[in-house]
Design a protein around this ligand. Sequence first.
Ligand code: NIG
Ligand code: FE
Length: 411
Amino acid sequence: MTILITNIKELVQVRDVPVRKVSGADMGILPTIKNAFLLIKNDVIEAYGKQDEMPNITTDKVIDASGKIILPTWCDSHTHIVFAGNREQEFVDRIKGMSYEEIAKKGGGILNSAKKLQETLENELYSQSAKRVEEVMRLGTGAVEIKSGYGLTKEAELKMLRVIKKLNENYPVTIKATFLGAHALPHNFKDNKSGYLDFVIHEILPTIAKEKLASFVDIFCETGYFSVADTEKLLALGTAYGLVPKIHVNQFTAIGGVQMGVKYKALSVDHLEEMRAEDIEALQNTDTMPVALPSCSFFLNIPYTPARKMIDSGLPLALATDYNPGSTPSGNMNFVVATACIKMRMTPEEAINAATINGAYAMGLEKTHGSISKGKKASFIITKEIPSYGFIPYSFGNHCIDKVFIDGYEI
Ligand code: NIG
Ligand code: FE
């Protein structure tokens, strides 16, 4: 199947020579072609260029994109989309004055979601999660990472990872799985954190590695959850099993998790709402991608990742949703891009780079996703008629998308 898209007002994030990620001042540069065409063949980008240089060819379908902008689909490198039920009561409790930490201490939070997930049959968990996957595809997400971590028993963690695998098989969106067994301490290990960590490392991890159910290993490295020493223990064994670290660090407190992630060559360190100068320093000249989750900051009313300081110091930055029932019940990357501009003072160019090529890098997908380049996946957004790509974050909360193609399929 060949599809030719003509008269594109602006083709955004065009990389003739593909880059792996963009950092520092380069994040402010977003290469585009005005008045362009795009040719796709099956699931890949075959050609693109200026409209007046379009080859005279016959294709199965032609789409006229006059007045519309095309950009690669969003790459959402951090989500917990597979979960059971919701936690809107905790949302109301927070409105009335309880903190996220207080709710968690009273048995709400992650343990509340774990209880619901353990009681939910695999088929039901699949259909609840599939609805959310369909929703984010319509919102322009073409590649997404999904974590386990609401199981907290061997059986339930494996159930989550099997659901993630099935979603990847059944939908065109590319899905990468992360094992987050060390997300919280379950009730049955209440006063035995080292016992639970040993259980995660020695009982669950080997099965996951053997059955190839995850590419990445994650831990909630945070005061009151898992320490830096716990993180080291997990990452040492996780990497020995071939899983690449992508970890939750510096959400509420900065305790050295960033440095531990760098030590174990984490592909990404995520959250980073609390960043000390030494944390920014530790990320310099490394292959670890810092990932900000601004819709989590928005929903929990906590600080935003200091993007300006980080980018101005030369670091790269990726943006992701953190879609989950507790801290971010939203998977809308358009909102994330807008919030990054509005609250983190990122320019539209920086935010779009962060949500496409840098997000792809944070999932190990930069060779196939994140830019309009020949041979990459035919995954792109066609906007409605809008004046410029900067209109997407500017008109926050409004729906700017006309069509979404993922791996060549129109969604
Ligand atoms: O990334 N911080 C840890 N985990 C999730 C939220 C978990 C929850 O509240 O269910 C996060 O914010
Ligand atoms: Fe998260």
